[in-house]
Design a protein around this ligand. Structure first.
Ligand code: SF4
Ligand code: SF4
Length: 434
């Protein structure tokens, strides 16, 4: 047994010595396996240990005592869910939420120059941040970051539609001596040479996520830019990706995969490979889109989800062969929060100065405003409420790390197909670590 990622020592301490096994030993339910050329990778989602097992160890695991000592093998009668509950209880009691808010998702505007059919924001109001609100946002950040370096994420709508407020906030932070760096989710169309330079230098833009929906014809038809003029938006965006990479900005392309465009995306990958293969800062990942009905999440029919999961696996393989697949690795520790909404160190700033916790609640569920130093604790707590477990959680590999926030529009419901996809992603991360 060869350890690739060490177990978390605190977790092993909480679990203690393995008990006697009068009924024999079995693999814990918290394992994910992945065959590789030299043997089988095994990842324990509770202890976080990743190990390579030889064919002999995998075939006759009871011959390898280390597998029992490291909680890969457990007594047959043990309740895995109770072990995970105990570990989480202790870790959560030791965990301290951050004292200062150092991550800010700033919505510069809710307006956008594209008209994607799947956009969940399309029927919402489109306010834009004013100059005054931008200055007050910077002031709020200075008051609440405790002098620490802050991480800014520019969000919208299309954040570049109101780039002047990004300049103002960054300039104010520079003047006040606050360190920062930023990331952005953008369609990438409004960049030009000058703006890319400003993004790299003044905004300290380190990473940008840009969504592509297909090859030139498909992309232009889906995006339906209102300001494209004679230009082909596809060509503009791909040229801007090249410019951003040359300026040292990491570009992550998100492929929005639906049953309608899955085949076309394979052709898009051909084009991306031709243009960006070997670019160190460039990567691509796939995301499902057809679970949106344009406004909200809708349960996907089982056959549709299966077909889409298969398409994504196929695209991942193609991206992998091209050396473009975004590698996510595996987390070394059990996460104590699901995301920005329950982490305690993060806020969203809406165009009118309201403060929120989740980037998908831009019209309600606010926790405060940049004009006040108080947060509404009842709303803060409501974002930390977790969903009930289900019978199938008892044997699910994800249970030790699974946090389902009641208010999260994406993870509140658990579909077997999305769990299967999460497993594939984890296996991919295991191979990457290996
Ligand atoms: S909610 Fe779903 S993913 Fe989480 S532990 Fe239960 S079955 Fe697994
Ligand atoms: S949508 Fe869900 S995962 Fe995303 S920030 Fe909101 S609560 Fe967190």
């Amino acid at each position: 047994m060869e350890t690739i990622q060490e177990p978390v020592s605190n977790v092993l301490k909480i679990l203690g010595e393995p008990k006697a096994a009068p009924d024999g030993w079995r693999w814990t339910n918290h394992l994910v396996f992945q065959e590789v050329g030299e043997g089988t990778l095994a990842f324990n989602t509770l202890t976080r240990e990743l190990a390579l097992l030889s064919p002999e160890e995998f075939g006759s695991p009871d011959e390898c005592l280390e597998l029992q000592e490291r909680w890969f093998r457990v007594p047959a009668s043990i309740d895995d869910k109770s072990s995970a509950d105990l570990v989480r209880l202790v870790l959560e009691s030791l965990h301290q939420r951050p004292e200062h808010v150092t991550t800010y998702h700033v919505f510069t505007t809710m307006d956008c120059n594209a008209r994607c059919f799947y956009c969940y924001e399309k029927d919402r109001a489109r306010p834009t941040m004013s100059v005054g609100t931008a200055h007050k946002t910077a002031d709020y950040i200075v008051r609440h970051c405790g002098g620490n370096k802050v991480r800014l994420a520019w969000f919208g709508g299309e954040p570049l539609y109101n780039a002047q407020v990004i300049d103002l906030i960054c300039n104010d932070l520079v003047e006040r001596g606050i360190g920062y760096e930023s990331s952005m989710i953008s369609n990438g169309f409004l960049f030009d040479e000058k703006l890319i330079k400003r993004a790299a230098e003044l905004w300290r833009l380190r990473q940008i996520q840009i969504t592509l929906d297909g090859t030139e014809g498909v992309y232009n038809a889906v995006k339906r830019y209102v300001d494209a003029g004679e230009k082909s938006p596809y060509q503009v965006v791909l040229a801007n990706i090249r410019g951003l990479l040359d300026a040292g900005v990491r570009v992550i392309v998100r492929l929005n995969v639906s049953r309608a465009n899955a085949k076309n995306l394979l052709a898009l990958v051909d084009d991306l490979e031709a243009r960006f293969a070997g670019a160190r800062l460039f990567s691509v990942y796939c995301a499902m889109t057809s679970e949106f009905d344009g406004i909200d999440i809708v349960p996907m029919r089982e056959d549709a989800t299966k077909e889409l999961s298969w398409s994504i696996k196929n695209l991942d393989l193609r991206l992998e062969r091209a050396g473009l697949l975004e590698r996510r690795g595996i987390k070394a520790k059990i996460p104590m929060a699901q995301c920005m909404a329950d982490s305690g160190g993060s806020l969203t700033v809406l165009p009118d100065g309201h403060l929120g916790l989740c980037e998908h609640y831009s019209e309600d569920n606010f926790v405060g405003s940049i004009d006040s130093d108080e947060l509404d604790e009842s709303v803060v707590q409501s974002f930390r409420e977790r969903g009930e477990t289900m019978p199938r959680c008892a044997t699910c590999f994800e249970y030790p790390t699974c946090i389902r926030l009641r208010k999260c529009p994406f993870s509140a419901k658990c579909l077997p197909e999305t769990v299967a996809l999460a497993k594939t992603t984890l296996q991919d991360g295991m191979v990457s670590m290996y």
